[in-house]
Design a protein around this ligand. Structure first.
Ligand code: SME
Length: 202
């Protein structure tokens, strides 16, 4: 099967639970044999984004779809540059850096340092819990990368090594409609986040 076909959604899939189970099994195939988080997160964001666009049932009759799906990753996990002509503090400070994504351009980094942290991604990362935001305009500190976004869900990437728990980054999805995401999406995305964490070397 061509890789692109993994984001097709068969007609027999009708519920969100079936949808997320389907995306999970497609992602297992896409991640097989690869441990690079850059490569795997690139395919994961593309798969989730394009599968959601291929499944209009997800957003009901509003005909307004997901408009962004991607990752922000702890800056310390990015490889140090081997060749650099410019001094940058990107690796020195407590930030999430923009990782692989699908959608329009987005902010390069998000502060997670105490006193500076702001927005849904930083909150989900710090609290290590998924945040479902039905109306982004009502969320204190929300960072608007796209003024058209109305709702959002952010799921942390959690690595648990023998009880030592670490947040690696977040998976962020935006929607053009209010109330775009619900409990089914939370459950589905948390399973997908766990699969991504397990499938990669960090
Ligand atoms: N809205 C996010 C910022 C990232 S963009 O949505 C892609 C936030 O408040 O953290």
């Amino acid at each position: 099967m061509p890789h692109a076909d993994s984001s097709l959604v068969p007609d027999k899939i009708q519920t969100k639970t079936e949808f997320w189970d389907h995306v999970y099994s497609q992602l297992e195939g896409l991640l097989d044999g690869q441990r690079s988080w850059v490569t795997n997160l690139a395919n994961a964001s593309s798969l989730i984004y394009n599968s959601l666009l291929a499944f209009p049932i997800h957003f009901g009759n509003e005909n307004k779809a997901v408009n962004w799906c991607g990752f922000y990753i702890d800056s310390h996990l990015f490889p140090s540059p081997r060749i650099s002509k410019v001094n940058t503090d990107a690796h020195d400070s407590n930030r999430l850096l923009l990782g692989p994504f699908c959608g329009k351009p987005a902010c390069q980094f998000i502060y997670i340092a105490p006193g500076k942290a702001r927005g849904v991604c930083a909150d989900a990362f710090i609290k290590r819990q998924t945040l479902v935001v039905p109306e982004v305009d009502l969320y204190p500190g929300h960072i608007a990368c796209d003024g058209e976004t109305k709702s959002e869900i952010v799921c942390p990437l959690i690595l648990d090594v023998k009880g030592s728990v670490q947040a690696l980054g977040v998976l962020d999805l935006d929607c053009l409609a209010s109330n775009g995401f619900d409990e089914d999406d939370k459950v589905g995305l948390e399973k997908i986040a766990a699969l991504v964490v397990k499938a990669c070397d960090w």
